[in-house]
Design a protein around this ligand. Sequence first.
Ligand code: GAL
Length: 369
Amino acid sequence: MFMKKKLSFFLAVVLTLGFTAASTGCDGNSGSDSGSVNIGVVLPTREEPRWLQDEAKFMEVIGATDYTVEVMFSHGETATEKQNVEALLEKGIQVLIICPQTADAAGPAVEAAKAKGVTVISYDRLIMGTDAVDYYVTFDSVSVGETQGRYLADNASGSGNPLYLYAGAASDNNAFLFFEGAWSVLQPKIADGTFVIKNSSKAAALRDKAELSRDDLAEIIGQISTNWDFNTAKNLAEANMTSASAEDKKHVFVLAPNDGAARAIADVLAVNVGSFVITGQDAEKESVQYVIDGKQSMTVFKDTRTLANDAMDMAIAIIKGDSVSAPADYDNGKKSVPSKQTAVVAVDRDNVKSALIDTGYYDEADFAW
Ligand code: GAL
């Protein structure tokens, strides 16, 4: 988990766009007066490029709205997250859009918001174990894992291919959904011997079980969690390579849950194995360059423009009293949360230009081709 505090840096990056929007990386100093903010956005950390993409997209959407919006970051800390929510409540927000740092620790923050009559939208990560979540705006996270699993399966032939599995943080419900999706595609290929799991005794023991329970998933994730942390991923991969036989280092397959983990693991594999196929997620710029350079096989593109737009459209509809479109359902352990879901796209070297440059998501000049 990213625990570092860089308050002085964050104080220096306070951003204000015109009179309608502010993005703060600190504990609420946006310059807004009490009662002046309509929509509060709380994101988990600036330490991962994924969330900076979301911030940038929110700032674009915000620039085009008449509503006042403030974006705050929690620095990977639930306590800061709660302080951010309290600061936004002081400013009179009507809607809170929040991506929790820890799924089942964000309850008190959103319950405080509900107590003030604020509508709560869980953003990207579902807040678990509380009925104080009104809506969920998300990518289709099960399909993220399916997409990763399919990429590995499509690129494997023969049998006995070494498979290394890595997962996200157990504190993030998405880590479960990603692994569940990947397992649904990989499990038949593990059961038929195409792949042999090399680094999780729990997953290997469940090789014949098509549908894993939450407890099964928790046990597996407990063995292979990167905690969404670059160094944890690197250390896990190094330990796995230390215990791998020469045979298991020839051509290997790697389920990496996101781009940060993928780059950390790929850097370890590059000096340890003959060749490898590795997944990713988020289309972070650094990983897009890795894909172009052949250092990471693929990434899953989650178009944060759509997610930020959906969340803002929903928030504005709520403020206006219009109807809200949330046709999907996600169970957070306390209630079934009405949800809006967005599809994802697999990106590898073949379609990196058409998916990320031609769609205007990134500039061609940002990469070395
Ligand atoms: C997940 C998110 C991913 C990834 C990860 C690490 O919740 O859906 O896109 O970035 O967290 O932050």
